[in-house]
Write a protein of this length. Structure first.
Length: 405
């Protein structure tokens, strides 16, 4: 009896240790990937900014300056970490780590194609929304714990701006969930691969969502929390060394993750059945949105703070609430015969214990192929109908609701 108990305890502990090692390995892998993404996002920004401003940019370390982010990381690693004497030391040290960990967690549920995903769950969309809403606390804590007027003003600006735009962010999330039919983000990749990309029927919402993620990541023209002419550096003015490096990496990792999210929500179609090509295709779309972030920073001036709040509360939120009720009416009204209902992913596997004849299998497969083709055609017609309804004149819609024209 005692030997059986020891064997059971040994097998359970072995399984726990094995699962822990797998989780630890995957966590280290995600850490390295996030560091590389954030580092080379800074390199892309410096290259694009130098091209817009007609100068060379980083070109000394490595071929075309490709190792410049690594040199910057080593420099920040070797710099002295200074802590203000009157700051809240525990929160001051913990906040950069908190912000960086949130930026890593954001990548866990983002699907790169129909198969490649960090952690699979039926509630991916809810998880991503929760993590994005928690990121505002890192900025608030960093400004408050520094005991500095400039950093505190920057954190107040950032918190009010991000909380305001999170409302619009959540309304767009409700529209996406309404169209998707569930909280599984893989279902969106499936719908856009089998039917039509959401960019076509949801073009105005795509533009609105891009404006919102600009404000959520505190990027120009919504970069008032880091206004150099007024607040020196904003909420991170007291940080140096690795504390500043963690906040810096968290910011650029959030830019890349938001670019990945807008890619998944609006243009996450797979080209072919090859996973490697689909992965590269997804990376190209994410890189396009990152470059768009940078071009907007290089070309648009900074808004006044009252203009930022006016655009959000009087223009964007009103437009999104109208669009939500519009899609709700389209989905549940009998007039349009459930226009937005698509086929969802089912994970049920065939029971191989059933002994079926080959003729029955062939007939069933042919009938399934006919049903799939019919669903694709009806889904395409529904999406084209939505396109003509919503985008009857999208330029007038966007200009009118955003700028009051």
């Amino acid at each position: 009896m005692f030997n059986i108990f020891n064997l059971t305890l040994y097998s359970i502990s072995k399984e726990i240790i094995f699962n822990y090692l797998i989780l630890l390995t995957y966590g280290l892998f995600m850490l390295i990937v996030t560091l590389l993404i954030a580092a080379f996002a800074t390199l892309i920004e410096r290259k694009v900014m130098s091209s817009v401003q007609r100068r060379r940019g980083p070109n000394k370390i490595g071929l075309f300056g490709i190792f410049q982010p690594i040199a910057d990381g080593v420099k920040l690693l070797l710099k002295e970490i200074t802590i203000p004497s009157k700051s809240d030391v525990l929160i001051f040290i913990f906040t950069p780590i908190y912000s960086f960990l949130l930026s890593i967690l954001m990548w866990l549920f983002i699907p790169f194609n129909m198969i490649t995903q960090g952690l699979s769950s039926e509630f991916n969309l809810l998880y991503i929304l929760s993590i994005s809403n928690l990121s505002v606390f890192g900025i608030i804590f960093s400004g408050w714990s520094s005991n500095n007027k400039y950093s505190f003003l920057g954190s107040l600006r950032a918190s009010s701006q991000m909380i305001s735009y999170e409302i619009a962010f959540s309304v767009i999330w409700l529209i996406i969930i309404l169209i998707n039919g569930n909280l599984n983000i893989l279902n969106m990749v499936y719908i856009q691969t089998e039917y039509i990309v959401f960019l076509i029927p949801l073009l105005p919402i795509y533009f609105i969502f891009f404006i919102i993620i600009l404000a959520e990541t505190n990027r120009a023209p919504f970069d008032l929390p880091e206004a150099e002419s007024e607040l020196v550096a904003g909420y991170n003015v007291e940080y140096s060394g690795m504390g500043f490096a963690f906040l810096f990496l968290a910011e650029y990792s959030n830019i890349a993750s938001m670019s990945a999210i807008i890619t998944v929500l609006f243009c996450s179609n797979n080209l072919i059945d090859n996973d490697y090509i689909n992965f590269l295709y997804f990376g190209l779309k994410v890189t396009y949105h990152v470059i768009l972030f940078i071009i907007i920073r290089a070309t648009l001036p900074r808004f006044r703070y009252d203009m930022i709040m006016n655009i959000m509360w009087k223009k964007i939120l009103l437009f999104l609430v109208i669009m939500f009720f519009f899609f709700f009416f389209l989905k549940y009204s009998s007039l349009f015969n459930n226009l937005l209902i698509y086929e969802t992913i089912t994970y049920e596997k065939l029971d191989r214990s059933d002994n079926l004849d080959t003729e029955d299998l062939n007939s069933n497969s042919s009938n399934n192929n006919l049903n799939i083709d019919e669903k694709k055609e009806t889904g395409l017609l529904k999406s084209l109908f939505l396109f003509f309804i919503i985008n009857l004149n999208p330029i007038i819609v966007i200009l009118r609701f955003l700028f009051g024209i």
